[in-house]
Design a protein around this ligand. Structure first.
Ligand SMILES: C[S@@+](CC[C@H](N)C(=O)[O-])C[C@H]1O[C@@H](n2cnc3c(N)ncnc32)[C@H](O)[C@@H]1O
Length: 223
């Protein structure tokens, strides 16, 4: 009998995975490096292997309209913009513009700034201003509002469009929210766990949860 196949990704295997994927372009690597220099905040950035996956998925969808919830220093927006069909655009939103100059510098250097529309303010407010259909929504902002982002994003998707939810494992706490260290983390874990269950049972979606980085759900809107 075979058991589940689970590998612990050691630093050596992490390097092997990176070497087995197309190397990030210089401007993408620069953005990751400059973000790392920010110190603790850098932990919010998506890993480079996830950036490569976002580009690939946008390209596979021939995406014309993409929403990026949680801009930070702009790596997900950059990755998604690289995968757009000609004439496509990424709407990215953040309630902070602290990191916007770093993001915009790299979007310009990559030649995709004309395809990225940054919207300042709470993500839920921005999502309510967008009318679908959209090809892809990537959710990577505050975990407390994941239920709201999920509720607002799914109706915007075209049939065949993708909802991507990041951090669905939340450092492992989703499996035992009460074991999470502090009250905020417990509440976030409960919210993300609730969304994970809803997505799995949602008859509008076909979903797969992947153990990449902190967990990524890819859910396709059914026809
Ligand atoms: C994990 S980071 C996003 C990382 C980014 N996607 C990347 O590619 O590196 C989360 C971002 O969500 C933003 N955020 C948090 N709460 C928000 C809210 N209610 N509305 C909009 N943005 C929010 C934070 O300011 C932060 O920049």
């Amino acid at each position: 009998m075979t058991g589940p196949k689970h590998l612990t990704i050691t630093p050596a295997l992490g390097a092997y995975l990176a070497a087995g994927s197309t190397a990030p372009e210089a401007v993408t690597a620069s953005l990751a490096r400059r973000t790392a220099e920010l110190g603790d905040a850098a932990g919010m950035m998506i890993p480079l292997e996830q950036a490569g996956l976002l580009t690939l998925l946008a390209r596979l969808l021939d995406a014309r309209t993409v929403i990026d919830v949680g801009t930070f220093t702009g790596l997900s927006a950059l990755a998604l913009a690289r995968g757009l069909a000609p004439g496509g655009r990424v709407i990215t939103c953040d309630n902070s513009d602290e990191w916007r100059p770093l993001a915009e510098e790299h979007w310009q250097r990559a030649g995709v700034d004309d395809r990225i529309d940054f919207r300042a303010g709470p993500a839920a407010r921005t999502l309510r201003t967008i009318s679908g259909p959209v090809d892809l929504v990537f959710v990577d902002a505050d975990k407390m509002n994941y239920p709201l982002y999920y509720e607002l994003a799914v109706p915007l998707l075209r049939p065949g469009g993708l909802l991507l939810l990041d951090n669905v494992l939340l450092d492992g706490h989703v499996a035992d929210p009460q074991g999470a260290g502090d009250m905020l983390m417990r509440r976030c874990a409960e919210r993300v766990d609730a969304v994970n269950r809803q997505v799995a049972a949602d008859d509008r979606l076909d979903a797969v949860m992947l153990p990449i980085a902190d967990g990524l759900t890819i859910a396709r809107r059914r026809f």
